[in-house]
Write a protein that binds this ligand. Structure first.
Ligand SMILES: [Fe+2]
Length: 372
């Protein structure tokens, strides 16, 4: 069961970190050097009897960055989603070779965590600290390792760890959390529990983004962002993500577009699609769509360009055409993760969807009425 601790003061209290266990401390390049994270890591090192620091440097959670030795009794991950995903993979206690063979389907077996797992997120977006799956890349291809046992034992939410994040990073990770909440609401797997997490995460995330339009986030907003991300993690822990995430990995792996921005660039057309096909949703999901539109546009239906207008106001690219990269339509179409796509409640013609993504007209920003 996941134990959630809010605030950093209890971070290394005796009950949380077991001193006598052989421990892997998994950190990101940034997390290992930034204040106050480095201070926490230093304190932790003094307390632990037997530990190894594993630094994750790649921009994607690559299998090849796993250590040779994988037998740890305790894994403590301090970092963003990719660091937590690598930590989760290490906590399986399998060799790199076996994990590779399992991902490629050469060995059929169940994943099962063997190490105690503590997560300290230093970004507020993926909600990975609240999910039972880990993303990893092998030879440029994305895989998902999934088992209920991978849900961490403890996650520590300390907003002060977000203070060293750039404003741009905070914006895109907040958008990731909001997109995760939206996708979760319109998943085939959505239920009352996941929807209530998604609605909470959505509201908190939009409130934080709203305040970030006017000033740099302070402790209160950082708290909102972290809690929103955590709720989004709890929501997709039940439903998984769908269409925008299924398309986003191509932009991240091939064009180095940050994850949160990649997902966001598909959201405008996703919302238009929901609007168009609202009758295909269940009664409950139709109500959820009204809730979403009310929060986003102050209306019962989706007003075109509200989402891209939000990206514009955040000084981010508002559509895929604004990226300074030549995105190959065919490559994008072929890259889509079919399993993830099948979680979407509505059946779509993917090729038409992608055409629409490339043809989104210029938003008329001044005419928009929305909640921001
Ligand atoms: Fe995400």
């Amino acid at each position: 069961m996941l134990v959630q601790i809010y605030g950093g003061k209890k971070l290394w209290s005796k009950d949380l970190v077991k001193r006598d266990l052989c421990t892997a401390i998994v950190v990101g390049g940034r997390s290992s050097t930034m204040i106050p994270i480095s201070k926490y890591i230093d304190e932790l090192k003094c307390e632990l009897k037997d530990y190894t620091i594993i630094s994750v440097k790649d921009s994607l959670p690559q299998i090849n960055c796993l250590p040779e030795k994988m037998q740890y009794q305790q894994v403590i991950c301090i970092g963003g989603g990719k660091v937590i995903d690598i930590g989760k993979t290490i906590s399986l206690g399998l060799s790199k070779k076996i994990i590779e063979s399992m991902l490629l389907g050469q060995i059929i077996a169940k994943y099962r965590r063997i190490s105690r797992l503590i997560c300290v997120p230093t970004t507020a977006g993926s909600g990975s600290e609240a999910t039972h799956f880990a993303v990893c890349y092998l030879n440029g291809k994305k895989y998902s390792i999934s088992d209920q046992s991978i849900l961490p034992d403890i996650s520590i939410l300390d907003p002060s760890l977000l203070e060293s994040q750039s404003e741009n990073m905070l914006k895109v990770t907040a958008l990731d959390a909001v997109c995760q909440c939206i996708e979760s609401m319109f998943s085939k797997n959505a239920n009352i529990e996941s929807t209530s997490y998604a609605k909470c995460g959505l509201e908190l995330g939009l409130n934080a983004i709203n305040s970030m339009l006017f000033s740099a986030p302070k402790t209160q907003e950082l708290n909102l962002l972290q809690t929103s991300a955590n709720f989004s993690g709890k929501a997709i822990n039940i439903t998984k993500t769908n269409l925008p995430h299924a398309l986003s990995y191509y932009l991240t792996s091939q064009f180095n577009v940050s994850h949160g921005l990649s997902v966001s660039l598909f959201m405008e057309v996703y919302l238009r699609t929901l609007n168009k096909k609202v009758r295909e949703l269940s009664k409950e999901q139709r109500k959820n769509f009204e809730f979403l539109c009310h929060k986003l546009c102050g209306s019962e239906y989706y007003i075109h360009d509200t989402w891209s207008s939000l990206l514009y106001k955040l000084s981010l690219p508002k559509s895929i055409m604004d990226l300074d990269r030549k995105i190959d339509r065919k490559g994008l179409l072929n890259s889509v993760n079919i399993e993830r796509l099948s979680n979407f409640s509505i059946q779509i013609d993917l090729s038409n969807f992608i055409d629409e993504v490339f043809n989104v007209t210029e938003p008329e920003f001044e005419k928009l009425i929305c909640n921001y």
